[in-house]
Design a protein around this ligand. Sequence first.
Ligand SMILES: [Zn+2]
Length: 477
Amino acid sequence: MHFLLIKVRFYNIKKKANQSGLSFSLFANNGKNMVEVSLLQYADDTIFFGEASMENVRAIKAMLRTFELMSGLKINFAKSGFGAFGVSDSWKHEAAEYLNCSMLTFPFTYLGVPIGANPRSYQTWVPIISKCERKLAKWKQRHLSFGGRVTLIKSVLTSIPIYFFSFFRVPNKVVDKLVRMQRRFLWGGDQEQHKIAWVKWETVCLPKEHGGLGVKDINVFNASLLGKWKWNLFHSQGELWTRVLESKYGGWRGLSEISRGKGESVWWRDLKLVFNQSHNGEIWKNTTEWRVGCGDKFKFWEDVWTGGEESLLERFPRLYSISNQQHKRIQQMGDFKEEGWEWNFRWRRPLFDSEVDLAVSFLSAVTSHPIQAHKSDQWVWKAEPDGQYTAKSAYEVCRGDSFDQQQDGVYEELWKLKLPSKIIIFAWRLIRDRLPIRENLRRRHIQLGDSRCPFCRIEEESAGHLFFFCSKILPIW
Ligand SMILES: [Zn+2]
């Protein structure tokens, strides 16, 4: 398919342009349901889409000119651009010249997201990485306490790339790079000099009450932010962006399909990867409750809407096999009468006597969840009191099963202490026995003349000895 787009920047435009009479548009489709997109407008920028034809180029020019004359607004041609796909370069140049625009070079940035860039390529992420690097480099780690460094890496990582993280799946290479950067900053090394990382990075990423420092695990953080897409695809049906994704890729249902559809973008394939990863899939399944309303979204047989963990298909495969209504949405399987909802089941053959018991329990399962006329089908996110998905709670749920819940509570108590964080973190390293004490240094093959305790000069300097057992230290306590 070939199409053109033109990005127009008006001087001082803050209100919507009236685009009635626009005769071109781009159809996003999978061959079945066409969704028309002709105009995107946000802040100062307006983007028009259309089929790449000279008639359209002329129409845009005439329209923009008329708009200028009528509204008195001026187009900022220096900040406007023209681009097209699937046509020759000479055609593009000719059209751009006619429009008096510069050529858009891909990728260009729209609302902070690079358009036309490949999110799997390291190059796309370089601006984000260097932004984080610059921010951290401003601070000379040696002027910051360990606690200060923890706070800083947390804030840098959760503020700068969050927009990208909620849009794209982060490639492994980028994750590695960001982790290395944080780790080096935390332990006080710089580009040239490597310092000892005293605590494993996985431990640093554990929540504080589970013995870590609460630094975010990038992969989990990324997945929980991307979860918004699935949630919103389900709940914002009818909006333009959802209609486009539904028409092109099958919307929220499409995200759970493992098979690869025709013409899927890298972005969509990456989203699917995130949701089809077994761990994420499980989390999603266990934390989402399907609450039936009028049956407008759920499939009667295939979706898990009658409570428990199984669909009606899984519970009653025999009845499913003789149903004439496979793959139907609930709404399509009955009617609202005066007395309320009435089911209208259709079977391929009459039920056998031996199937009567089965039919009874089937009916009781189905009728235990009343269909309500004026309510849409809902997902309820069980990790939040109000039932709405949040990246924060998704992150916690996702981390929740990756560490031992049986803790003795020592870390939880530790962080509750009303002490400067510097001291708490010192205690944290002491509990983990990760202080640069001679015994630990020796274990890490650091050359030491003498690993004995500098106070008594008898025992080896270990954390236990130094803090609790040394005969010279004990009287101080
Ligand atoms: Zn000693």
